[in-house]
Design a protein around this ligand. Sequence first.
Ligand SMILES: Cc1cc2nc3c(=O)[nH]c(=O)nc-3n(C[C@H](O)[C@H](O)[C@H](O)COP(=O)(O)OP(=O)(O)OC[C@H]3O[C@@H](n4cnc5c(N)ncnc54)[C@H](O)[C@@H]3O)c2cc1C
Length: 564
Amino acid sequence: MQEYDVVMIGAGHNALVCAAYLLKAGYSVLLLEKQPFPGGGSTTEELMPEAAPGFKFNPCAIDHIFVHLGPVVQELELSKYGLEYLFCDPVVFCPHPDGKYFLAHGSVEKTCAEIARYSVRDAKKYAEFIDFWQRVIGALTAVFNAPPNSLLDIAGNFDRAKLNDLLSLLGSPTEIVDVIRTMFTSPLDNINEYFDEEFLKAPLARLAAELSTPPSQKNMAVGSIMMALRHNPGMARPKGGTGALTQALVNLVHDLGGTILTEQEVQRVLVDDQRAVGVRVANGQEYRAKRGVISSIDAKRVFLQLMESAEVDAANDRLRERLDRRIVNHNEAILKIDCALSEAPRFEHHHHRDDYLMGSVLIADSVEQVELAHTDPEMGRIPLDDPSMYMVVPTMRDPSMAPNGQHTLWIEYFAPYQIAGANGTGLKGTGWTEELKDKVADRVLSKLAEYAPNVKDAIIARHIESPPELESRLGMLKGNYYHLDMTFDQMMFFRPLPELANYKTPIAGLYLTGAGTHPGGSISGMPGRNCAHVFLQNQHPVVQSLKNVSDSLASTTKSLFGLS
Ligand SMILES: Cc1cc2nc3c(=O)[nH]c(=O)nc-3n(C[C@H](O)[C@H](O)[C@H](O)COP(=O)(O)OP(=O)(O)OC[C@H]3O[C@@H](n4cnc5c(N)ncnc54)[C@H](O)[C@@H]3O)c2cc1C
């Protein structure tokens, strides 16, 4: 039987990041991936090799933002392993039905100038709005890059700039309470407080709702960081596609002596005397772990699907019920559409320029349309009357992803996992069928054609993935693109549950990482890095704690007194 220090379940980007840190610390690591290649939601694939040879697609993630809030790319020296980030500018384009459009540049000033063409007041307010959320981001970054229960690590992450951001938010007691009050409001409340113009409010609502809740969701005002982040640290894509991030991590893991085995679906975590000692994969092969098993798939899947009930109950007799009933995954998922195009979409009614298509292109006509884009799926309805969408033309920024002069189109459309009234039919009983997928894609593309009339004739081939297909491919429950909902009650030290929030579990030697842990979904590498930190601390608690105290003191001293 093969034996490693650590066996990891899954080889998405978070598992690869975690593995790299453990390998660097001298541990032997095996990653087991159920797909034929690593990457999970971070791959680039020729999805239609026959109908559209030479066109490369990102079936999941495309826009990388959060990864630039942490040190992973620099610490792991991923550029040496082939990673090159291409930053986008402009970052957002959203045409409005009345002919106006929101065009956001990397620069806040340039963006304000664009808004001022329609509303001088909203332009001024936009600068205030971004300034507020930038300061929140500064303070949150320290929290994102540390295990949520480790105040020492969080404190150590506050450099002078982040400390200034935090202090600037915390004025008099009344001001502090007011900042907290803002956090309890919804993105919509927050947007309405600042702005008048629908052409601006609708895209901001659409981006805020990318955290997977409707704009009107109370307690989710923090979603407004999604626009502020696009200004700083900015939005980028790996050259060659999202899969280039995975490839760089794979190169590094191999270089450090790690092992990645694909087509190895883990079916059982092996537990001996309340300690995780290895895993068994679908073909019956077992792999032993001397120091730990780290799962990059979420707690619900690990404890409810990969473990014997009695073994979980022996460690914590309430855990299974809490995982089952207290962690909530909504019904909203993504129907993903990828197209090979003979030419790029042209937004004829909005003074088309190719560079408008460098970043995220949003079809968000009104706040109400964006609201329905989330609430309809939650109720099992497909919001087809007036589809909102997030689309990208990846080849505008990176022409290497298609044959010369041709383009690709990436569309994210929110849709229900379970269709109301269709229980027990279609794929996995969700109601989704090939016919329905085609019908929905036709409607979404028709909506896009209202803005870019050339798009329909430009389509060479298209690939559509429904929520249950995503679930089958990558295992995400109900096709949840963040593994678990990113609602306030499931963030930070609540993610996935308070008793599991610091990457450790009641089973000795069993750790959690991945999107289902703090700080959550998206391409960030932060859950992987934070989990590695906790694992290493557990191996040498005294040495590591002393090192942490010393690092933390050094960084706090440096930030306070500017010492180098
Ligand atoms: C359509 C879509 C678009 C997205 N767009 C963006 C975007 O633009 N920007 C962004 O930042 N984020 C985006 N996301 C979210 C992002 O892709 C995920 O949050 C991220 O990939 C999570 O990474 P991870 O490593 O934690 O998990 P995953 O990428 O899910 O990796 C987990 C891995 O575990 C494997 N696995 C599952 N079960 C088993 C098992 N039993 N045994 C072995 N292996 C197993 C899976 O195959 C997978 O490879 C998008 C997601 C989707 C679905």
